[in-house]
Design a protein around this ligand. Structure first.
Ligand code: ADP
Ligand code: MG
Length: 331
């Protein structure tokens, strides 16, 4: 494993909920004490059901969500930032280094902007290029890398397909030369065939530009094909981290097994005894005691209702947060 580019140490994002009545003010624990290393140069997957805190985690790393506890650092060999205390000047620099791919740039931007202007905007906002010629050259270069037709740069976005829009989004995120890119549900809205196109594009851009990716998806089958590592989130905490192949071969956390068994094509030996998840995700405003997954866990023990399992090294380069992972491994 390479040295971490981004390192989280017991990072929390808590949102206040209404007014204090008696005692401590109620909070929603969107992220609770997450420790995680994202190795430099990796394509790192983050999966979990909707509401588990994936977007908040990504936003906290970009300093777009408030850090309420713990530490987050970014260290790319050129700079070393503590994201909790980062100053204004450093923040300006960090914004060039860490970027988010928007799901749909047109939803946020004026429909009167051409594709060229949409891609060029970050360069102009951050003052990276000095002249229009320089900006145009940079836009053409990144558009070509994202396999956009250069003819299309003069057009307006409304006529484009979902796949092309996503390419424009990617070009916009990469135009200022970041080292770290967060792709949050970047293929969720696309047809399966176009998903594969975009995933291949992201993967080849990662290699060519030496990027580190945090790839967020609610769909474990999507991360299987592109990610080197996968972290599984449940209700604001990480329950398992593993190299992708290892995670799919030997899922150690009962929640990971449940997510996997929901993908029929990956489970040819499925004899109908797959662990299906019952019930809804509990509210992060009042998470269950002990292990947060205990209310839905098919192999729950008494201890799980009392003691919080911390993420600990298991084997084969994996970490898991379960008191009984060894005992409950099938087969
Ligand atoms: P995911 O991306 O995994 O679907 P999110 O990170 O969007 O999950 O949300 C995690 C939890 O945090 C949810 O319960 C959500 O309602 C809550 N949440 C997210 N952003 C805010 C916010 N700005 N204020 C209050 N609660 C929030
Ligand atoms: Mg999300």
């Amino acid at each position: 494993m390479n040295a971490p580019l981004v390192s989280l140490n017991e990072l929390s994002v808590h949102y206040p909920l209404g007014r204090r009545l008696i005692g401590a003010a109620p909070v929603l624990k969107a992220i609770d004490q997450v420790s995680l290393d994202i190795p430099k140069g990796s394509f790192f997957g983050l999966v979990g059901e909707s509401g588990s805190g994936k977007t908040t985690l990504g936003r906290a790393i970009l300093r777009a969500a408030p850090i309420s506890g713990g530490h987050a650092t970014y260290c790319d060999g050129e700079v070393d930032y503590d994201l909790g205390t980062i100053g204004k000047e450093q923040m300006r620099d960090y914004r060039k280094r860490a970027q988010l791919i928007f799901q749909d740039p047109y939803a946020a931007l004026s429909p009167r902007m051409t594709v060229r202007d949409i891609i060029a905007e970050p360069l102009e906002v951050m003052g990276i290029t000095k002249t229009r010629e320089e900006t145009d050259a940079r836009v053409r270069e990144i558009a070509a890398k994202c396999r956009l037709n250069l003819e299309h740069l003069r057009r307006f976005p409304h006529a484009f397909s979902g796949g092309q829009r996503q390419r424009i989004s990617i070009a916009r995120a990469l135009v200022c030369g970041p080292k770290f890119v967060i792709a949050d549900e970047s293929v969720a809205a696309l047809d399966v065939s176009i998903q594969a196109d975009i995933l291949n594009l992201l993967k080849s851009l990662q290699r060519e530009l030496h990027l580190t990716f945090l790839f967020i998806s609610h769909d474990l089958s999507v991360v299987a094909h592109v990610c080197d590592y996968v972290a599984v989130m449940y209700l604001g905490s990480i329950v398992e981290v593993a190299p992708t192949r290892e995670l799919f071969a030997t899922p150690r956390h009962p929640y990971t097994r449940a997510l996997l068994s929901a993908i029929p094509s990956l489970d040819p030996d499925d004899t109908g005894q797959a662990q299906r998840l019952e019930g809804e995700v509990p509210s992060p405003a009042s998470p269950p005691s002990g292990c947060r997954f205990h209310t839905r866990c098919p192999v729950v023990h008494d201890r799980c209702r009392r003691d919080i399992p911390h993420l600990q090294e298991a084997d084969e380069g994996t970490s898991v947060a379960c008191h009984f992972w060894r005992e409950t491994l099938p087969g």
